[in-house]
Design a protein around this ligand. Structure first.
Ligand SMILES: NC(=O)c1ccc[n+]([C@@H]2O[C@H](COP(=O)([O-])OP(=O)(O)OC[C@H]3O[C@@H](n4cnc5c(N)ncnc54)[C@H](O)[C@@H]3O)[C@@H](O)[C@H]2O)c1
Length: 263
């Protein structure tokens, strides 16, 4: 029996997909038959992406991209379209994390977090949506939010605010694009064991006086399902929101967090 692939012949752009959740979603999209353009900061693809390229030589390209630079994003979308045609799916995932006690957080931290997580997210989305509208593609966008966008945290004010902005832009873009048949949704993960969490754990250790690794164990235990998520566990929701299985869903932020947030 022929296997059924849910993203057959779709072209997906995935930002910040050199590792972590983006990499896991890229692998899942390729497995579902999509052609993928993976974008990340490093000039050359990561070892994990190179491995994927050897498995999917005809359906995966890597484009070095800095989402904070509009010209870099424009170039990436151009390269992607030349390689695989119009973009059907944007997995808008690139982000950075930082934190500090409120009275110590400075403008540089604010600027960096908002540049990548909000400005980069918005203008990448805008660029892809403009192409979808002009080419009549009834595509989908999935923005990466976070449980941090649902509720403030004393030590994490700027990151939380950037992720609340992602949820808000998702809603506005969904309404703006609905007449064109384009859907815009977000995913709000809880705590997922990725390279980002190495950095998060070290920062919590510094500010809460914990031993390295202690915060990771604690946040895992606090999840109703009793553990951190694995990047592959975000991929199911990312496939669902990219596919026609979610054809009547737009403007939503889907919690994928083991039960941390109820909404
Ligand atoms: N890991 C978690 O627990 C968690 C929880 C909630 C939300 N998220 C969100 O999920 C997404 C993926 O997170 P992750 O844990 O895989 O993080 P990660 O740090 O492993 O991956 C993020 C990627 O974004 C890239 N990136 C950073 N700045 C960039 C820029 N200017 N241009 C292009 N790429 C850039 C990085 O190089 C990196 O590969 C992020 O949006 C993050 O905020 C993660």
């Amino acid at each position: 029996m022929a296997s059924v692939t849910r993203l057959q012949d779709k072209h997906a752009i995935l930002t910040g997909a050199g590792g972590g959740i983006g990499l896991a979603v890229a692998a899942a999209y390729l497995n579902e038959g999509a052609r993928c353009t993976v974008a990340d900061l490093s000039p050359e693809p990561s070892a994990e992406i190179r491995l994927l390229m050897s498995r999917y030589p005809a359906t995966l390209i890597y484009v070095a991209t800095d989402v904070t630079q509009s010209a870099s994003v424009a170039q990436m979308v151009e390269r992607a379209s030349q390689a695989f045609g119009p973009v059907d799916v944007l997995f808008n995932n690139a982000a950075v994390f930082d934190m500090a006690p409120l009275l110590e957080s400075d403008e540089a931290m604010y600027q960096r977090l908002f540049d990548v997580n909000v400005k980069g997210m918005f203008f990448t989305m805008q660029k892809v949506l403009a192409q979808m509208v002009s080419q009549g593609t009834r595509g989908t966008v999935i923005n990466m939010a976070s449980q941090a966008g649902r509720r403030g945290e004393a030590l994490v004010s700027h990151y939380c605010a950037t992720k609340a902005a992602v949820i808000s832009y998702t809603q506005s873009a969904a309404l703006a694009m609905a007449p064109s048949g384009i859907r815009v949704n977000a995913i709000a993960p809880g705590v997922v064991d990725t390279p980002m969490w190495g950095h998060v754990d070290a920062l919590f250790a510094r500010y809460e006086g914990l031993k390295p690794g202690e915060k990771k164990v604690a946040v895992g235990h606090a999840v109703p399902l009793g553990r951190m998520g694995h990047p592959d566990e975000i991929a199911g929701a990312a496939i669902f929101l990219a596919s026609t299985e979610s054809a009547y869903i737009t403007a939503q932020t889907l919690n994928v967090d083991g039960g941390n947030v109820m909404s």
